[in-house]
Write a protein that binds this ligand. Structure first.
Ligand code: MLC
Ligand code: AMP
Length: 464
């Protein structure tokens, strides 16, 4: 069983989870998810408007019970992005909470999730894909990553091993429920290990401090805000393990957390396409700036620009390639994109530049492409934001880069050649309305021209 916590042994042991203040026991979760599962059985996919609510958790579990791939839709996705996800995934159903039943579903049928419903689902889970998760590439619209049930199981079990994660743990986080971090690790993790989940609605320092958990997840922006709020960080002294991931954790934040909470955070590395592949361990060294060792079943290698192997000497940079049982099954309907990131011998090219030490510890140095930006732990493709900006009638051309930022790691900055009167704030609002709000440029610079090479390609390194 994928979600061990929902089988007979655990069912009656109190609240399984609390999401933004709403509690559900395992019985309630299984009953409500069973009712949804009966209604969706046989569908090719189930889109879920993934607000941080118990309805999102119920719909996700329903998809897993019925063997229908779940397609989380970011709740703040503007019309352009939402329509793309619904049409590209082919999901005929969109699960929502009652408050959202009037939402535009672009041809999908809206299905309202009722947490009070109870029904046993007797069917057997069918298809192999558990999730189709949309994520940005360097260009174009987001692609759907096919994540199998077996990848989820292997990925979660490997993390449970590394972090000594058991049914005794209460996991606390407030991350969005439409990505690997918040949804697969943060919701299915506790349902697989049998532990409890407290989702705080938003990942604020105050909410983390008040939650009293044993295991805490955050992206570096969250940990940086916790560390800046000394009293909140001190409240976490009673926890067992603080885990950071989705972007590089600054060494200063690592050290500050250790000083205030007494815990050296565990840092782990992954991607939507691979789930988590590297981590420091609960029972091992937690080295600032390092994402540790391969998880169970994972192999890694570094490849140089000439395609040859790179020595594991802690100094020489190479592209990180990974293999393991938690890797995705490819991009939905995009064999071309898939072929680009898999090698002939079956390894996944992460696009991240790393070094590996003689002791096997990995350090992520950065991304090979300037066109993938990480802001607050969200992955943002420069090409998608540029395309949205070019849809504005007063934009002649645009180039988008990530600039360093102490809070968000990187911020989206747009260099725009105007074709008419327009302000930066108008362009920011324009992008925020069409795409997910976090993809909006936080700074817009109006320019007469963009630096280009002889081929006419914008020199982004000069802009960044
Ligand atoms: C602001 N808002 C606007 C707006 N400007 N709305 C419309 N138009 C505008 N111009 C609103 C937003 O909707 C939101 O409202 C509010 O302002 C705050 O938004 P924000 O400024 O974007 O939030 P911020 O504080 O910057 O968020 C920081 C953060 C967030 C850390 C909370 O970045 C976050 O949740 N990050 C987690 C990303 C994550 O989980 N990544 C995992 C990827 S998986 P409202 O209504 O919402 O308050 C992965 C694999 C792995 O990477 O390894 O884990
Ligand atoms: P996403 O697909 O949103 O999961 O983003 C994956 C990318 O996030 C990776 O390719 C890395 O660039 C980055 N990433 C994830 N975890 C870490 C980490 N611990 N340190 C540095 N970068 C990370």
């Amino acid at each position: 069983m994928l979600l061990k916590a929902l089988d007979g042994r655990y069912r009656d042991s109190g609240d399984a989870l609390v999401v933004d203040g709403v509690a559900l026991s395992r019985e309630q979760l299984l009953g409500a998810a069973g009712a949804v599962a009966s209604r969706i059985a046989g569908a090719p996919a189930l889109a879920v408007l993934a607000r941080p609510t118990v309805e999102t958790v119920i719909a996700t579990v329903a998809g897993l019970l019925a063997g229908v791939p779940v397609v989380p839709v970011p709740p703040d996705a503007g019309p352009k992005e939402r329509e793309h996800i619904l049409r590209d995934s082919g999901a005929p159903l969109l699960a929502v909470a009652a408050a959202d039943r009037g939402v535009e579903a672009y041809g999908a049928r809206v299905l309202t999730v009722d947490p009070a419903e109870r029904s046993a689902f007797a069917g057997e889970p069918g298809g192999a894909a558990a999730f189709i998760l949309y994520t940005s590439g360097t260009t174009g619209a987001p692609k759907g990553v096919l994540i199998s049930r077996s990848a989820v199981a292997a990925g979660l079990d490997a993390l449970a091993g590394a972090w000594a994660w058991t049914a005794e743990d209460t996991l606390v986080h407030g991350l969005p429920l439409f990505h690997v971090h918040g949804l697969i690790l943060g919701v299915l993790g506790p349902l697989r290990t049998g532990g409890r989940l407290v989702h705080t609605g938003r990942p604020t320092a105050a909410a983390y401090a008040a939650a009293g958990g044993s295991l805490y997840f955050g992206v570096p922006t969250v940990w940086s805000r916790v560390a800046a709020d000394g009293a909140a960080a001190e409240e976490l002294a009673g926890a067992r393990l603080l885990v950071s991931g989705s972007a590089p954790l600054p060494v200063t934040v690592f050290e500050r957390l250790r000083e205030l909470s007494g815990h050296a955070p565990v840092e782990r590395y992954g991607m939507t396409e691979t789930l988590i592949t590297l981590s420091t361990r609960a029972d091992g060294e937690r080295r600032p700036g390092s994402v540790g060792l391969p998880l169970a079943g994972v192999r890694t290698r570094l490849v140089g620009e000439d395609g040859g192997p790179v020595p594991h000497d802690g100094e020489t940079l190479g592209e990180l390639q990974v293999s393991g049982p938690m890797l995705s099954a490819g991009y939905l309907g995009r064999p071309d994109a898939d072929a680009e990131c898999r090698t002939a011998d079956g390894w996944f090219r992460t696009g991240d530049v790393a070094v590996i030490g003689a002791d096997g510890f990995h350090r992520i140095v950065g991304r090979a492409s300037v066109d993938l930006i990480k802001s607050g732990g969200f992955r943002i493709g420069a090409g998608e934001v540029e395309a949205a900006l070019r849809d504005h009638p007063a934009v002649a051309d645009a180039a988008v880069v990530g600039a360093p930022d102490p809070d968000l790691g990187q911020v989206v900055v747009a260099y725009v050649i105007p074709a008419g009167p327009v302000t930066g704030d108008q362009l920011t609002a324009f992008v925020a309305e069409r795409l997910s709000v976090h993809k909006r440029p936080r700074r817009v610079v109006l320019v007469d021209d963009l630096p280009r090479n002889a081929m006419g390609k914008v020199l982004k390194a000069e802009l960044a």
